[in-house]
Design a binder for this molecule. Structure first.
Ligand code: SF4
Length: 913
């Protein structure tokens, strides 16, 4: 595979675990465009909406450019030199370790780091500092998949590959809205179904997502009942003679105990437990048991649970019982959420793992790694995992923390506790590419890191495939590579601890780190001793294992039926059914679940800088079933208070047919950088699975109450929208309800919404006007009607409307939004802009949300064509929607079905501000 052309650099997408290859177009030293790499075996040239807009995120405006530090809490951070910042960090960490021991500090890192970054941090924590307190945000994402694999198959290794989608004749998706979360893999599944219409797709999800809507059979189980469902399916497989007894006898152990355990999981009792039809359960089991090859794909719906490990194991049981593993088209395949969660697992970048898939609890493994690193010993005290680290910070046990490439103040559950922990910590270092993440507010030292398009190294995707990540441009300002920052810190900290850090961290290039990491895998299940940067350059991305002498990696594992356990047999696990972390009751009667949107990524620090990525969903909306809406007297767009046992949020509500009665759904992405309050994780509990330590981020018991907030604000501003976001963010706290975000296809436009039961202090509005540049009374058009409580401002520059702020009378908001976003001339519209009555020019109807991001096609336009009798193919030919990246195809198909009358149409959300 060629390394690079004159203008294009081959790298990977930094978002999800599909690990798509990208070609970065560089012009005049800047990232100008991006396209899918046609040679990358994960995506063969395709990208989803997020990947296809990556080049729009490559701008310095939102980046951390220089080190900053503060010596006193409460004081603002000031710009500092790298030497000053690193010296302070080394001095504070050194002193803390000297006074309180190595376990008084912790490292909290990220599945978005490259493998080389991860390796250095792991060595820094264990070999230099002497603590196992190093964990990662992957703990929130896939640690139950790790423990599930290890418990049953003996090693943390997904046994299948993407090509298995083409070979399967039954695909089961559990706890994953793959159409949104892993879109390019879903495209591959759609292709496979087109080639093989007999392929059966079963989707298990409490919500009728676009993935579920595409299924032949959707099992909308009650939250937390997956183990019962899988045990019930196994009951049917056993009862109907659909198990592969020969495979069970030759390659597994523990089947008899499991058989006894699932006796009580009769179809009728399981159907009642799960809230599904008995016939559907039996059908799912029969398709599973009768298929030539079954592939299961699963993600956070199984993992983010207090019994995540057992949910994983119960699904793997089905594959072992039917021999559906270790052959083409078959296997239990965990999809990783983050781009390099797998790479982190390889180097032991979690408290419960050690380099090369070793175990920090094993004396032998620790001794092996100590010899490898040429140090006396590695720490034996178990390390704290994500939730435990922040709990220990609150308790004062952990006094200093180093956070890299992640945003726990947004992403950790039980947000209030995490904020308290960060406030109580003696010393917080944040190594980040973006300067305004929620966690940045707590950093005593902020170290600017390079990011996508600027870094060199490797990542491993969900199918064990290692790809080279390449730098297309230099980092902005004084940003440094993550591995480089860790090495620079280690070399300063070493002498304070009496250790030879120069010897331990001799690296000057990521390839040296990769080569060292490679040696840690020799002879182990993930052996990559046959791989090097040179091999990856010449032959492209490769799957592990790839031992020395091999000519290719392994697509599938366990083809010989020999597993990575002591006996060589896979283990059946009789998983008990355990309750959710918290039950609903009269005070909190609704089951809230959380999930991903199609066009946003995690805490939005990157995707939240691109206006067009807000066009599909502009703001955080709570989805409720129509029955629950009616019971509470709610209409689309109404404001509600959502409360759990930990906290509350105020946001708007929408009716959603995909959510069952007594349930609610909220996207995971919004935090306090984009809304009033702490964001979605204010509501979620920090209870975790005892095996994997993964918290139950998928469920909370909540109540929903209507809010009557008559006083409303809407403000818009183009020009410097990204910089203005930083000025507007503090104002979110001034209103009981407020959100901020962007819109705009090419030029971002800032959108600020707020509401309150009564007018807020004038001072907040004055500050809002100033933040938006709408405070210049000479330039700005102003309309005031104090008696009616109406106040409007608008700014026209060079004949174009560039800013508007409306209070009290906001009917024209959607029209003004489009006028600003389109950059159209304001000449004809001038007299309407501040019209004293709520009005817009005749014939101007807002087009609403955009479904196809590539061709900017709105839902209203698509529905109009479908409603007029056009087929989906005709609509696509006319509007081109869904003909480029394809991310909107599942939604288009659902809309076509709805229009044909086989399902109820979704109700449009009406604006209230
Ligand atoms: Fe990136 Fe989309 Fe591919 Fe995931 S599916 S790696 S987000 S382009």
């Amino acid at each position: 595979m060629a390394n690079r052309s004159s203008t294009e650099v081959r790298s990977t997408c930094p978002y999800c675990g599909v690990g798509c290859g990208v070609l970065i177009d560089v012009k005049a030293g800047q990232i100008a465009d991006v396209r899918g790499d046609p040679l990358h075996p994960a995506n063969f040239g395709r990208l989803c909406t997020k990947g296809a807009t990556l080049h729009l995120t490559a701008q310095p405006t939102t980046r951390a450019l220089y080190p900053g530090l503060r010596r006193d809490r409460g004081a603002p951070r000031k710009r500092a030199s790298w030497d000053e910042a690193l010296d302070l960090a080394a001095e504070r960490f050194g002193r803390t370790i000297w006074e309180h021991g190595p376990d008084s500090v912790a490292f909290y890192i990220s599945g978005q780091l490259l493998t080389e970054d991860y390796y250095v941090f792991n060595k820094l924590a264990r070999a230099l500092v002497g603590t196992n307190n190093i964990d990662t945000n992957s703990r929130l994402c896939m640690s139950s998949a790790v423990t599930g694999y290890k418990l049953t198959l003996g090693a943390d290794a997904p046994p299948a590959c993407y090509e298995d989608l083409d070979q399967a004749d039954c695909v089961l998706i559990a706890g994953s809205n793959m159409a949104y979360a892993h879109p390019i893999l879903f495209r591959r599944l759609e292709d496979a179904r087109e080639r093989n219409p007999a392929l059966k797709l079963i989707v298990i999800d409490p919500r009728r997502t676009d993935t579920a809507a595409a299924a032949d059979l959707h099992l909308p189980v009650f939250p937390g009942t997956d183990v019962a469902l899988f045990n019930g399916m196994l009951h049917v497989l056993i009862w109907e003679g659909l198990c592969d007894l020969d495979y069970i006898g030759r390659h597994t152990e523990g089947f008899e105990a499991l058989k006894q355990a699932v006796k009580e999981f009769t179809p009728s009792s399981v159907a009642a437990t799960c809230g599904i039809a008995e016939a559907d359960l039996v059908q799912a089991a029969r398709w599973f048991g009768g298929a030539r090859a079954v592939l299961s794909l699963y993600c956070q719906g199984l993992n983010q649970s207090v019994q995540g490990t057992e949910k994983n194991a119960a699904l793997i049981n089905l594959h072992l019982a039917t021999g559906q593993i270790g052959r083409p088209g078959a296997g239990p395949f965990s999809l990783t959420g983050q781009p390099n969660a797998m790479g982190g697992r390889e180097v032991g970048g979690m408290a419960t793992l050690l380099s090369g898939h070793r175990d920090p609890a094993s004396t032998t493994d620790r001794e092996e790694m100590a010899r490898f690193w040429d140090i006396d010993e590695l720490p034996a005290t178990p390390g704290k995992t994500a939730v435990e680290i922040f709990d220990a910070m609150r308790d004062g046990q952990i006094k200093a923390i180093w956070i890299a490439c992640t945003n726990p103040a947004q992403s950790m559950p039980d947000h209030a506790k995490v904020v308290e922990a960060l406030q109580r910590a003696d010393f917080v270092v944040l190594q980040e590419a973006y300067r305004s993440t929620e966690t940045a507010a707590f950093a005593d030292v902020l170290l600017p890191a390079t990011s996508w398009g600027e870094k060199e190294g490797t990542v491993t995707n969900s199918e064990r495939r290692i790809s080279r990540v390449r730098a297309a441009v230099a980092g902005p300002g004084e940003a440094r590579h993550d591995w480089r920052i860790a090495v620079d810190f280690a070399r300063r900290l070493g002498p304070r601890l009496g250790k030879d850090a120069e010897r331990l961290f001799p690296y000057e290039h990521p390839e040296q780190i990769y080569d060292e990491h490679r040696e840690t895998t020799r002879g182990r299940d993930l052996d990559i001793t046959g791989l090097s940067y040179a091999v990856l350059e010449s032959r492209g991305p490769q799957q592990w294992p790839f031992p020395e002498g091999a000519t290719t990696g392994k697509s599938r594992l366990y083809e010989d039926g020999v597993f990575a356990t002591a006996s060589g047999r896979a283990r059946f696990i009789a998983a008990p059914c355990r309750a959710l972390a918290e039950a609903t009751d009269v005070r909190f009667p609704l089951h809230l679940s959380t999930g991903r949107l199609r066009d946003q990524w995690h805490g939005m620090s990157r995707t939240g800088t691109v206006g067009r990525l807000f066009h599909h969903v502009e703001e955080p909306l709570l989805s409720l079933n129509q029955q629950d809406m009616q019971r509470r007297g709610l209409s689309n767009g109404d404001l509600v208070r959502v409360s759990s046992r930990r906290g509350e949020l105020r946001l708007r509500v929408q009716s959603a047919e995909d959510v069952r009665p007594a349930q609610a759904w909220l996207p995971m992405h919004w935090g306090s950088a984009f809304m009033q309050g702490g964001g979605t994780n204010v509501l979620l509990p920090s209870a975790f699975d005892p095996h994997s330590k993964q918290p139950e981020l998928k469920h909370a018991a909540v109540r929903v109450e209507k809010l009557e907030y008559a006083w409303q604000v809407m403000a818009l501003r183009s020009g410097d929208a990204l910089s203005r976001l930083d000025s507007v963010r503090p104002l979110l706290r001034e209103f009981p309800y407020a959100t901020c975000g962007l819109i705009g296809r090419d030029v971002p436009v800032l959108v600020f919404r707020a509401a309150a039961p009564a007018p807020v202090a004038d001072e907040a509005i004055v500050r809002l006007d100033a933040a938006l540049g709408l405070d210049d009374d000479v330039q700005v058009m102003n309309y005031q009607d104090k008696r009616r409580g109406v106040s409007k401002r608008a700014l026209v520059l060079d004949g174009r409307l560039v800013g508007a702020r409306l209070i009290g009378e906001t009917t024209a908001r959607e029209w003004l939004k489009e006028l600003i976003a389109s950059g159209a001339s304001a000449a004809d519209a001038r007299r309407w802009i501040l019209a004293p009555i709520a009005s817009t020019p005749t014939g101007q109807t807002p087009r609403g949300r955009v479904v196809c991001n590539c061709f900017d096609v709105s839902e209203a336009r698509i529905r109009a064509e479908l409603g007029a009798g056009a087929t989906l193919e005709q609509v696509q030919e006319l509007l081109q929607c869904g003909t480029s990246c394809g991310s909107c195809l599942p939604e288009l198909r659902r809309m076509a079905i709805e229009t044909r009358g086989t399902a109820k149409p979704a109700q449009p959300v009406e604006e209230i501000v």
